[in-house]
Design a protein around this ligand. Structure first.
Ligand code: PRX
Length: 637
């Protein structure tokens, strides 16, 4: 643990405004959500009972025999013996009832093109896709890779997979060929669903070309299904590729929904860890549905006709849980927006809110900071009276951004739900409810039914104001079940640090009111604009360049993106560290990982600090760079 966190009382780092509760008018009085403290206390008395009650909101073909099986810790099982289906909960159940003709998806892209789907229309599209997938032999448990922009076809594809019991493995379409290839190979996906291209600031991104680069080395991929999105000219491999519209043509609009065991995997989603190989996080049909539905209903107080807009990308867990599955399970309308929020003018995002009368806006601190730079005059042009609740996720939100969001977007009416969670947790874990007194920059307290703590290395609770490791002490339904094909890594990463508790990998502290303040990662995981990237992944991209012998990468603070990369590179003997080489090296990282790996600076060095066993001590690099105490250097060679 960094020394500076250990020593002082961290409440001192809070501004006087952060120490106070925000005015009580931010509390939504008429919310369906119960009183904050009372609910927390009640759930804490019996968290398992809380989750058992929450599970009543989910549709079950057959109820469970046993709520939780702890016989093979930490491979916990929930709702054992229960039968359900995630897609049934998101779609089929609405077709019988009053939501049938309600809008399920409103989609718009940067160019202004829009599409709308009612629940029934979406249901029919998903059924056609489900039949087509079955038609080419995709069955329960098979992995289907999805690499698509934020377009309705991604929702259709994900839901169709869940419907037939195949596991989707969505890869964020900002990743490049190398990253996509690695994820396809690890998942041994049988097919890939993609699009011709996407738009970014008016520029066409040739997704299919990236796919071709990745798939040529993936033997398991038998078909590539391509949705027509922006008409980009693409190369077509007639034996392997098929247009999405041709693939579903003539398929029946009815399809049988697979009755899945509650513990059957619904999807795998790759995320970065401490090694260069990303981890395939497994979530299951039953528990994931329960956790996501309960949190979206309570954190965002969703009611029947709400319009919910989560600005994330479906390629990340936030998109899985709160663009696709959560809003659809709750039977509200979800907004999908493909493009950047400031094109053609800096108020594009506020225009979308106003145009579709968005009630809940769930976004990331980086986006808020970017909008802040343009100034309050842009949101001021828009009344945005429909907004009731705001949300923040993905990285710590600084108090300036919190207040700006609160004052200029929520117009001092809308509470901000700062939700802390992870790909692994599946759902919001530490978060206020709309009935909670708020503090600017705190994720408040654990969601009902969650027991979190801040502890030292030995697992002992640290006093209020002291920094420590964030852990979860109980089990929750939407928790990660394992790492795909790597149960050992699951045990080592999450369950070997603090006995009996889930180790989140974050540093945090609690204040005297029991509010949690998340400080950032303890490990070698970076959060660049809220995107999760491992330093080891960046380093292995650098060493792919023929001039590089070794690389060390660290995160350095950045006002806009939260964090960006600084790299220390050892070059082969005789090679000069020129400006041109710096550019080439930046390009190779972009090519191997994608533009989300933002490199601020490259420094050519002769040596890197290492342990006796030869591991690069990134902690030492970082301390030197930021002028912090070096900490324990006894293992430094
Ligand atoms: O460091 C925490 C940060 O994001 C990490 C999880 O990243 P990922 O799996 O990509 O999921 C992001 C979206 C759920 C966490 O370990 N993080 C997430 N939300 C917050 C946060 N840090 C501070 N405040 C948050 N609200």
């Amino acid at each position: 643990m960094p020394k500076q966190i250990k020593q002082r009382d961290l409440t001192e780092v809070l501004s006087s405004e952060q120490k106070k509760y925000f005015p009580s008018k931010t509390i939504i009085k008429n919310a369906n959500v119960p009183d904050y403290e009372k609910t927390l206390k009640k759930a804490a008395r019996n968290p398992e009972k809380f989750w058992e009650e929450a599970a009543q909101d989910v549709h079950w073909f057959k109820k469970w025999d046993k709520l939780i099986d702890k016989s093979k810790k930490p491979f916990y099982k929930w709702f054992v013996g229960g039968k359900c289906n995630l897609a049934y909960n998101a779609l089929d159940r609405h077709i019988e009832g009053e939501n049938k003709n309600k809008l399920a998806i409103i989609w718009e892209d940067e160019t202004g093109k829009t599409k709308k789907y009612t629940y029934f229309e979406l249901y029919e599209e998903v059924n056609k896709m489900a039949n087509a997938l079955r038609g080419i032999g995709i069955k329960k448990g098979d992995r289907v890779a999805i690499y698509m922009p934020n377009i309705p076809e991604i929702a259709i594809s994900m839901l169709a997979c869940a419907k037939i019991g195949a596991m989707h493995s969505v890869v964020y379409a900002g990743f490049s060929s190398g990253a996509l290839e690695g994820r396809i190979k690890d998942a041994r996906a049988k097919i890939l669903i993609t699009a011709d291209g996407s738009f970014r600031r008016g520029k066409i991104i040739d997704l299919k070309k990236i796919v071709d680069g990745a798939v040529k080395n993936c033997k398991t991929i038998k078909k590539v299904i391509v949705a027509k999105n922006n008409g980009a000219k693409i190369k077509f491999n007639k034996r392997r590729d098929i247009w999405f519209h041709d693939f579903v043509k003539g398929q029946s609009t009815e399809a049988k929904t697979a009755q899945m065991n509650a513990e059957d995997p619904a999807f795998v989603l790759y995320t970065s860890g401490t090694t260069s190989k990303p981890k395939g996080i497994i979530h299951v049909h039953g528990g994931y549905a329960v956790g996501v539905l309960r949190t979206i209903k309570w954190v965002f107080d969703l009611k029947g006709d709400e319009i919910f807009w989560c600005t994330a990308d479906p390629g990340w867990i936030t998109g899985h849980s709160y663009i696709i599955y959560g809003p659809l399970m709750a039977g509200v309308t979800t907004v999908m927006y493909e493009g950047v929020p400031d094109v053609p003018t800096p108020d594009r995002i506020w225009k979308v809110v106003e145009k579709y009368k968005v009630n809940v806006l769930y976004t990331a601190p980086t986006l808020i900071r970017a909008m802040m730079r343009y100034g309050a005059k842009w949101p001021r042009k828009h009344k945005m009276k429909s907004l009731r609740i705001l949300g923040s996720v993905g990285e710590p939100i600084n108090p300036e951004a919190w207040k700006w969001f609160y004052n200029h977007v929520g117009k001092r009416r809308c509470p901000i739900m700062d939700t802390w969670w992870q790909t692994e947790t599946g759902m919001n874990m530490i978060t206020p409810l709309p009935s909670a007194p708020l503090k600017a920059g705190s994720a408040c307290k654990p969601f009902p039914g969650i027991i979190a703590d801040v502890v030292d290395k030995k697992g002992k609770r640290v006093p209020a104001g002291k920094g420590g490791y964030l852990i979860i002490k109980n089990q929750w339904p939407s928790m990660i079940r394992t790492i795909f094909n790597n149960p050992k890594r699951y045990l080592k990463t999450y369950w070997s640090q603090v006995k009996g508790a889930y180790f989140a990998g974050d540093v945090a502290f609690r204040d005297k009111d029991g509010y949690f303040w998340i400080q950032g990662r303890t490990d070698d995981v970076l959060k660049i604009a809220g995107h999760r990237i491992g330093t080891a992944e960046v380093e292995s991209a650098f060493v792919a360049h023929k001039a590089v012998v070794e690389a060390g990468a660290i995160g350095v603070p950045d006002e806009l993106r939260g964090e960006v990369i600084k790299a220390f590179i050892i070059l082969k003997k005789g090679i000069k560290g020129t400006e041109k080489l710096q550019k080439d090296l930046k390009m190779i990282v972009r090519k191997n990982l994608g533009p989300i790996a933002v490199i601020k600076e490259i420094e050519f060095v002769e040596k890197l600090p290492k342990t006796r066993s030869g591991k690069i001590m990134r902690r030492v690099l970082k301390a030197k760079e930021l002028g912090l105490p070096l900490g324990d250097t006894s293992s430094l060679v």
